[in-house]
Design a protein around this ligand. Structure first.
Ligand code: GDP
Ligand code: GDP
Length: 463
């Protein structure tokens, strides 16, 4: 069930970046400057259980209205003719440009199937541009962030039915599963609208800056619903409409462990107290913000609370505070990322945000990270998608055969959300090694766009 996908669009919209993500190797060149000369390139792409050929038309000189002759047009047309499906990419941050219109025209006339994508739309940043893209008359644009891996599961959902069509035409006999699978074909279910404020806990060692952060959120908050900032400091939780980067006010109930500490009159050892505070806060929260002090990050206490949040199945965002006093930021960030991966592998892919609670810098990014973590935490993948994915995963890397008996993974379904939990029905569930479960969990995170989610996976036998 193979098909060819062409990535089409004007220079600098992110085609190479997406190509790299789909091919999984750094084959194509990525450059900030448009006009790096390249030709069509092909790669073997993988997206969940889909295997296909991807063609990148990147590397053309910047187009102006009247220069879209010659090489540019020929190259694009060649790619379009070779492809079964074209992914037409526009830049959601820039909006629709005259060059985009010329490409849209070529595609409308020539392409067999077109999927429209508004790229660079991470964290809702490209909403206006994405809306503008409707005007191209190529249907609803898929919101994509090639760079951050957002919208990849939506791309999968868009390609999957097409891939199935090609498979049928090719008379491809997909292997039968011996169990009836619930073939609901709805897309990934969107996050339900909240009836109550999003529950957020800010946890971290004493002096990490929790009080300062919460005060800053309240100060910046243009639609304050709770009591006034400054008066709220002794409260255990406070409700506020935290206005995000796009001006969207999100009702949040923020659990304030620093406030709790101040409220507890008894003078306990700080560490002990902050851990038990943290515990309560984590249990209350949907999203846990682990606040680190940039000067002394990933201390024992930080690791304990982050691990606890993961074990409790909470969506986790790691925020590194006091970034304003950091001098060597680039190097420090690299170090932080390395420490994060090494010390908290269970939170792989969870966002690491730098902030300054004091100046308020980075708070927008924190807001976006919280929303995104929450969205991923609520993600639901259909049984049909999961089973196509599972067979791809088994093909790429078959389960082991302990004592010569091959473990059979029969089918898979999502049993719960918040956090996402999956059940795999298999033979010898107790013999599936930890490493194979990890392979599946990491694959789920990657292929269904659930970075950092505390995914649960259960192996079950059949009676
Ligand atoms: P192409 O050659 O025109 O396909 O574009 P590239 O893949 O070379 O990307 C152009 C620039 O956009 C590079 O600096 C990328 O890092 C950046 N870019 C690509 N995808 C995204 C995205 O999803 N978000 C953001 N913010 N930047 C992106
Ligand atoms: P908490 O114990 O976690 O609530 O920490 P506080 O909010 O009381 O902050 C501890 C100390 O760190 C105070 O002296 C703050 O002024 C300082 N602080 C907090 N956030 C920042 C920041 O972003 N930058 C700098 N330079 N100092 C900060």
């Amino acid at each position: 069930m193979s098909f060819t996908l062409a990535l089409v669009g004007r220079p600098n919209v992110g085609k190479s970046t997406l190509f790299n993500r789909l091919v999984g190797k750094r084959l194509a060149l990525v450059d900030d400057q448009p006009g790096v000369t390249r030709d069509l390139r092909e790669g073997a792409a993988r997206l969940g259980d889909l295997r296909f050929t991807v063609i990148d038309t990147a590397g053309l000189e910047e187009v102006t209205d009247d220069s879209l002759q010659g090489r540019m047009r020929r190259l694009t047309e060649r790619a379009v003719d070779m492809a079964d499906v074209c992914l037409f990419m526009v830049d959601a941050r820039v909006g629709v440009t005259p060059s985009d219109l010329v490409f849209a025209d070529i595609l409308r006339k020539r392409a067999k199937t077109v999927i429209l994508a508004a790229n660079k739309a991470e964290g809702h940043a490209g909403e206006a541009g994405a809306l503008e893209a409707y005007s191209l008359g190529l249907g609803e644009p898929l919101r994509l962030s090639a760079e951050h891996g957002e919208g990849i599961s939506e791309l999968y959902s868009a390609l999957m039915p097409l891939a199935d069509g090609f498979a049928e035409r090719a008379q491809d006999d997909t292997p039968e599963t011996d169990v009836d699978i619930d073939e609901d074909d709805e897309d990934i279910v969107p996050v339900p609208t909240r009836a109550k404020p999003l529950q957020v806990a800010v946890v971290g060692r004493p002096n990490a800056g929790k009080s300062t952060l919460i005060n800053q959120i309240l100060k910046e908050d243009r639609l304050l619903t709770g009591p006034e900032a400054g008066i709220t400091r002794d409260a255990i939780s406070l409700t506020t409409d935290w206005v995000g980067p796009e001006g969207d006010a999100v009702p949040m109930r923020i659990f304030d462990t620093a406030g709790m500490r101040k409220k507890a009159k008894v003078q306990e050892k700080l560490e002990k107290l902050s851990v038990s505070d943290g515990l309560r806060a984590v249990k209350f929260a949907e999203v846990v913000v682990v606040l680190l002090d940039a000067e002394i990050p990933f201390e024992q206490q930080d690791l304990r609370i982050a691990d606890l949040a993961e074990r409790e199945g909470r969506a986790v965002v790691v925020a590194v505070n006091k970034w304003d006093i950091e001098e060597n930021r680039q190097e420090k960030l690299k170090e932080l990322k390395e420490s994060f991966e090494r010390l908290l592998p269970q939170l792989r892919g969870a966002p690491l945000i730098t902030v300054s609670a004091k100046t308020g810098r980075g708070l927008d990014r924190l807001h976006s990270a919280i929303m995104r973590a929450y969205e991923v935490w609520n993600r639901r993948v259909t049984t049909a998608q999961l089973n196509r994915w599972l067979s791809g995963m088994m093909e790429a890397h078959p389960p082991p055969a302990p004592q010569g008996k091959r473990i059979k993974l029969r089918y898979m379904t999502q049993a719960k959300t918040r956090p996402p939990g999956f059940v795999v029905m298999c033979s010898h569930p107790d013999k599936v090694p930890e490493s194979y479960s990890r392979y599946l969990v990491n694959g789920l995170r990657l292929d269904f766009d659930m970075p950092g989610a505390p995914i649960r996976l259960w192996m079950r036998g059949q009676n």
